[in-house]
Ligand binder design. Structure first.
Ligand SMILES: [Fe+2]
Ligand SMILES: [Fe+2]
Length: 479
């Protein structure tokens, strides 16, 4: 494996200097990327020094270096995890054959589609989070937002590298189109629904990084064992960065819950449903946090695609996209005769139905995802219980508020009851954030820019970034 070359315009460990055509193509794309970053990336703060980590190596230890950098000067590099000599395809009909270093002709269209869909989510989330800097509850949080943003930018680079290197003219066109679609734009939206939703406040940001970045993780994990080796190596390194995004989300929501619980306890408020009394103290009530979970979880489930899916079966069979933790699964990795239980609506009830496992790849990934999310909600509930409050946050039923897959044609409550459309519509205001809820949350979004201080609706973090003390100035705000 070549070392990371930091002397060139585009830091990389893919020996870019020996591929003149690719180098030219990427250098041509770079100013267009910067233009995109400056127009629809973080609003403001582009001239501020931000304490960011930059990937400088792909060694498991010491892969990142921390330091102050202005965002437009961030070194967005192309970094692939080390090549494993003699790696074999781990699943599907080519199982046991050597992995591919070039795109197999028969799978070209499939691979291109998967890479473009993954690539599209990266700039989309940066666009969605564009306005959050102005209302950051602390410099610590502002820095975390920008860290997530620059790394999503790097993930876009990762996918654009694959497109430009392996897909010729089509790849170059796709790389351009990735900079042209816009989150939420009616004429040229981003490809997937959840990436066109708004991220209007910081609770939404923490929910998004908890639930939607975690979908990203599951997708990357499924590609990390791909038979197309450059894709596997790219996604493996992206996963290193993804961990921080999800941590920002999980601990962000935890800090909101912590603060609300502390205030309720201090004020002697014992009824979490007495929203007005809680809001009087300038914190976010638990039922509204529940509604935000319901929203972000359900729109994220749609990103997994239909539970029973021929596309997913084909990608598995082809050895392109596997299952979560594929090498650790104890079966033949070809799924000739296996079945997998999929939740479906049958005769007016929701039941598990055994389906051919090969068709149920997405259903299985969804199950893995939901079990991780359930653990997170349990950890949040611990904070509430520690404050002596009688309230439990819940993940809604997987069929709740779905637009894609098995449940898209049904109206299902958060606890999993089938309902009529009119009952669902009437009840949905109790389940999903209302305009009033949004207005209230936004009314709290007042910036806190003094180092070591935090907006009153959120608790400080347990530890700083890179071992820094509580009053560290993570962003040097210039006037
Ligand atoms: Fe990403
Ligand atoms: Fe991410």
């Amino acid at each position: 494996m070549s070392a990371v070359d930091y002397d060139t315009l585009i830091p990389n460990n893919v020996d870019l200097s020996s591929d003149a055509r690719l180098k030219r193509a990427l250098e041509k794309w770079y100013p267009r990327y910067l233009d995109w970053w400056k127009t629809v990336g973080p609003e403001g703060f582009q001239d501020c020094e931000v304490y960011l980590r930059t990937a400088v190596s792909v060694d498991r230890d010491g892969w990142a270096k921390f330091g102050f950098v202005k965002m437009p000067e961030y070194r967005w590099g192309i970094l692939l995890a080390p090549r494993e000599e003699g790696r074999k395809i781990a699943f599907g009909r080519h199982k046991g054959e050597p992995v591919w270093q070039e795109v197999p002709g028969e799978y070209r269209a499939m691979l291109r589609r998967l890479i473009v869909i993954q690539g599209d989510t990266e700039p989309a989330s940066v666009e969605q989070q564009r306005y959050l800097g102005a209302t950051a509850p602390s410099l610590y949080d502002m820095r975390n937002l920008f860290q997530v943003n620059v790394e999503e930018g790097r993930h876009l680079w990762a996918m654009v590298y694959l497109l430009q290197k392996y897909f010729g003219r089509d790849g170059r066109e796709e790389a351009e189109a990735l900079l042209e679609r816009r989150s939420g734009d009616p004429d040229r939206p981003r490809i997937l629904g959840a990436f066109n939703e708004r991220t209007p406040d910081w609770l939404s940001f923490f929910m998004f990084t908890t639930f939607t970045d975690r979908d990203g993780k599951m997708q990357l994990e499924s590609l990390a064992n791909s038979g197309f080796d450059p894709l596997a190596r790219t996604t493996r390194f992206m996963l290193t960065e993804e961990g921080h995004h999800m941590l920002v989300g999980r601990t962000g929501v935890a800090r909101v819950i912590q603060r609300s619980s502390e205030v309720m306890q201090a004020q002697g408020l014992t009824d979490p449903h007495d929203i007005d009394s809680v809001r009087k103290h300038g914190v976010i009530d638990l039922p509204t946090i529940q509604k935000k979970i319901n929203f972000h979880f359900s729109v994220t489930l749609d990103l997994f695609g239909a539970e029973v899916s021929t596309n997913a079966a084909n990608a598995f069979n082809a050895g392109i996209k596997g299952r979560f933790g594929e090498p650790r699964i104890d079966d033949d990795h070809q799924l000739h005769d296996d079945t997998y239980p999929v939740e479906q609506v049958v005769d007016g009830g929701i039941k598990h139905v055994d389906m051919p496992a090969i068709s149920a790849i997405n259903a299985r990934l969804l199950d893995d995802y939901i079990s991780e999310c359930a653990n997170i909600v349990t950890s949040w509930n611990r904070i509430i219980a520690e404050h002596g409050l009688d309230y439990e946050l819940q993940l809604p039923h997987r069929g709740f508020n779905r637009q894609v897959g098995e449940f898209s044609a049904y109206c299902i409550s958060p606890t999993g009851e089938l309902m009529t459309e009119s009952d669902w519509a009437r009840m949905s205001t109790d389940w999903l954030p209302s305009d009033d809820d949004g207005d209230y949350i936004r009314s709290l979004m007042k910036p806190e820019r003094r180092a070591g201080h935090f907006a009153p609706w959120i608790a400080p973090p347990r530890a700083g970034i890179d071992g820094k003390p509580g009053d560290f100035e993570y962003v040097r705000i210039t006037a």
